[in-house]
Design a protein around this ligand. Sequence first.
Ligand SMILES: Nc1ncnc2c1ncn2[C@@H]1O[C@H](COP(=O)(O)OP(=O)(O)OP(=O)(O)O)[C@@H](O)[C@H]1O
Ligand SMILES: [Mg+2]
Length: 398
Amino acid sequence: MGNCCSVQCSFENFLLRGWDFIVGHANYVCKLKQTLPTLSAALQELRALRNDVQREVDVADQRLLKPFERVQLWLSTADTMITEAENLVSHGPQQMNNLCLGGCISENCLSSYKFGKRVAEMLQEISDHKSKGAFEKVAEDQPAASVVVRPLEQPVALESTIQKVWSCIEDKDVGIIGLYGLGGVGKTTLLTQINNKFGTTGNDFKVVIWALVSKDYDVGKIQDRIGENIGFLESWKNKSVDQKAVDIYGILSNKRFVVLLDDLWERMDLNQVGIPKPSQENGSKLIFTTRYLEVCGEMVARKKIKVECLEPWELFQDKVGDETLNSHPDIPNLAKQVAERCGGLPLSLITIGRAMACKTTLGEWKHAIEMLKRCALPKMENEGLNYVKNQMLKHGKE
Ligand SMILES: Nc1ncnc2c1ncn2[C@@H]1O[C@H](COP(=O)(O)OP(=O)(O)OP(=O)(O)O)[C@@H](O)[C@H]1O
Ligand SMILES: [Mg+2]
């Protein structure tokens, strides 16, 4: 009796499952008339959302921001889904043709069932994927560009000037700072120290950019230097000056930046290069060096800091070296006179100091003083300085 009952139950189960299958089958097939147009509409929406996200990723790419991996994965899944949904939609008319008896029976039952089922699943998948595609941000800002530390010999007696400049940098009212002074007085050295200090001292600047300007500068080349600092690709350099300016502006106006321009000989048009004007709002800074106070005025520098000549002895002594200075008791005194005649210009002190580093006779030192009396060393450019140096090196050899 028990056996008979269980056989009956299994048979009923079998019938029920069979019925479910037939109903499910009929459902998928019957609903094709509605699900197919719904799929077309869902496909269109997914395509539009995909295009929007892709456009945002393209903009991020142009700004050198790295798209999130989850966004890239979403895009590639969307692409696969779009292809499959297009395929289903394109087969829709043919599948509809197979239907008869009010659209509930198909001439090819199995194929229609599979098709209808896939359409229903696809609708669900597209709906799920669309809900995952509402990204607030598609890319993260690139990590703060670390400062490119520039090589520098340990400077002498520069600390107080560095502090002066640094306190201007910390002053939020000061956006543009001009460092001016004689040729060879140490402006580039000072600016280099400032650049390197950004790498070691806590600050919230996102990018520190160094560009050498010099006489008769080429705007495109300055932009290339800035582009390298920001991280633009090599091929970016082929763009026009105008386009580069737009790109540089686009990046820098979204970051708290420091631009260090070395050796300005005239006013530089910041707009032409693409450098946004530092302001209290953006908190950015522009620091430049020049030989001329007038250039500080033309650049509308909020602070103008004069780079002064050094106390000559420390640097000169360092370059000549103790061995030579101690080689005769009268040499230190003569050496001090030579150092004084260098006028506190590091460039002169270094050049002449190195030339005298191997001079150990009083005659050589006296000759040096005589030579320096005859020329106006502090006003000399490199060529003149090299001539004096060579004369000193030659002494005693002829
Ligand atoms: N404080 C210092 N201590 C040691 N060396 C220094 C110091 N200042 C400058 N020098 C050295 O003096 C030389 C000239 O300095 P720098 O190039 O900085 O001068 P500058 O003012 O930028 O000159 P220019 O106007 O020609 O650009 C460099 O060799 C530099 O290393
Ligand atoms: Mg310089």
